[in-house]
Ligand binder design. Sequence first.
Ligand code: SF4
Length: 903
Amino acid sequence: MRHDAPLSSSSPVRTTCPYCGVGCGVLAMPDGKGGAAVAGDPAHPANLGRLCSKGSALGETLGLGSRVLHPLKRNAAGGYDRVSWELALDAVAGGFSSIIARHGPEAVAFYLSGQLLTEDYYVANKLMKGFIGSPHVDTNSRLCMSSTVAGHRRVFGSDTVPGSYEDLDCADLIVLVGSNTAWCHPVLFRRMQQNRSERGAKLVVIDPRVTATAEDADLVLPLKPGSDAALFAGLLVDLAERGLVDATYLANHTTGFDETLANARAIAPDLATVALRTGLGMPDIAAFYALWASTPAVVTAWSQGVNQSAQGTDKVAAILHCHLATGRIGRPGGGPFSLTGQPNAMGGREVGGLANMLAAHMGYSPAEIDRVRRFWNAPNMARQEGLKAVAMLDAVAEQRIRALWVMATNPAVSLPRADHVLSALKGLDLFIVSENVLSNDTLRGEPDFILPAAAWSEKDGTVTNSERRISRQRAFLPLPGEVKPDWWIICEVARRLGFGQAFSYPDASEIYAEHATLSAFENEGSRDFDIGAHSMLDRRAYDALNPVQWPVPAGRPLGTPRLFGDGGFFTQDRRASLKPLAMPALASAVSDEFPLLLNTGRIRDQWHTMTRTGLSPKLGAHISEPSVYLNPADAGRYGLVEGGFARIENGHGAVVLKVALDPGVQEGALFAPIHWSAQTASHARIGAAVQPFCDPYSGQPEMKATPSRILPVAYAARGFVLSRDPVALPSESWWAAVAVDGGQGRLFATNASADELMAHSRAIFGEDGLVEMVDREAGIYRCAATRDGKLVAALFLGPADRAPLWDTVKLAFADPDFAPENRLALLAGRRLDGAADAGPIVCACFGVGLNAIRAAFASGGTVSAEDIGRQLRAGTNCGSCLPEIRRIGASTRHGNSAGEAAA
Ligand code: SF4
């Protein structure tokens, strides 16, 4: 329960989803008890009322159970004491001052996040780069989209996403590259699907892994990892040979085409070479090239499969080249389009949250440094680019950086070589974390102070989505405890460092107005990012601000700004600069020792390191355990079986994951999700096993192709425990935490015997009120604990398939009226409501399980996902599960369950 009186409102508060870069508008209606009902905002242009499964479940993530509510200071015993804000802020400022005095400003750094609001980001960047005088500000967006930033800047001269979501409605061909859009940008994917069903647009999916996005695509190109640039270099050659190059556009608006085409011819002279480099069949490549060539209204969209690469900048450039060469840019339904991963990665790019950007899309040229210095009246301007994320953490490990402030992110999980990162953090002289939850692995890095930061529902500011649309994020719940907004915390530290005058903002609106003013300062059309029309917004106008796409220079009428259709790039000569590419290659090749390429990415219903989505029982029901997905042929080769366990290891680290067979994963590849941390699983922090090799321009690490090996791991028994409060499992057990209604769930595997689990259960639950069932020969032990007539815990152990009993017992555990006399029936695994077992959840919105969907397809009358929707409601709300329902339909018709994604 929140301590302060909840905000109340008779009408919903318009805000923005805190997850992916689609940037959906959300209507939040506080319930007066600290929670809120959440729905899509029909008036928001990004989603027109839709939300995906993650957005729909936001109401389940508002509890205060795991929140940091007060400033905390590390004590001599390694624990944390509650301290006052005054003490914490004085100590943080004093610590920074003393390290700067001894080691210089470059010994301090900030590591920020695409989860911060633009206003938070702006003041952090201003403080460090303008007043402390260190350029070392970087962000987790480095891991997400920085290759796109570098590609845009190298080719366009600015970090400009020229497209709009409206282009996806009117494109005749949508090409998705390295993007599981159906799971990672679900609302946008539905928009694409709507275009397909209403207008007949074609969809091509280019991805080494055949995912839900490829389900009913017109063409699927599962190319070799790292070969995207070869495919697009081949497309450029093909377009030239067909005579489709737009000579007028090239002559008027670009440079470098001839060298770039010659370079493309060296990389991909003909279909046979493209086939060799990409592993694709020549007919498929030819079909793709013909489709692209014959469809002027083509959008090529990409995300992390392109970016998270040691050649990500070149991959982006290879795509841009094809659009520039044909003049297919800045036109309705045509253009290159990066799909941003985080809710405010774009806002962070706009304020200069990346180490190689200064502010307002300016870089580090002498003129730009001077312009920003004069605008800020900055006493200590940084003079050169700072260290990018991986290099920054290396500098921490080498003690070149001695003070680090991490805000709103979890680098001990998400950065490559996460174990190395965690030990580096422990060596800092001063380590500060601003955070809203305690369930963050980075806190294991022993910060000196943990500062309680506002969470999504309490924050007020702006975010920018993938299509350059700035939206207000509005608070709809009060700040609990002593929680403060990030911008306030930063400004208070700035004041204590002696910079109070430059950081005396009464609220977020004045920060935004200053940011807008800087964007227009000495701009006159010379820079892409210009929101000068917002310079004079007062608090009222800021509060009422409707979603708007930049640029919005002062005096420009509103509407969809189209960029680059008539050139006007932001290079010195105002021409796009096509760039020859390096020969496509991976950062590290496989070997006899490490013969498989480990790819990492997202799953449908979790977000980042699960500090928020991990609280939602609905979202935890889709894929409950961290798994490694691999091709059935490789499973046979390495002695692995579906539902078993495997250790994935390489020179950087190791994890143990469940095994899931997926024919969509190529032979020679592994796929593992990025979400689980040490808080949510025993052995699944995949960042520990990711290599740190980076793109030379963007500094983005190659997180999708780490050479690795895989080995089977055997456990004697499996089980689960459900409890109202967290309980420990026998040491050496493998476990994964799952949010459940009414408490905590853990699925586990162990070598402990039934007798050992019995002793363990008696020790943690007590024997009073405990009913047990044991079959030593079969290795089964089950118990249910009651207190005051209520079921408080259940633990099941056995060699049998856990899924039916997990779902059955989970339901009973969630029932507040569970009758204690039913405990024996529960131990026998009987569903007390007599209903059939629904199986693992596929539709998170309506809780529809795999078994129910399979049965509906098998009944014969059901032929489509839409029929399933009519019959079971599955897929009729957010639609995130529609590709999976189609896949279940196809596999049921073919009598084959392989490839169904539900765990
Ligand atoms: Fe949020 Fe889903 Fe919309 Fe992304 S697609 S912004 S996760 S509701």
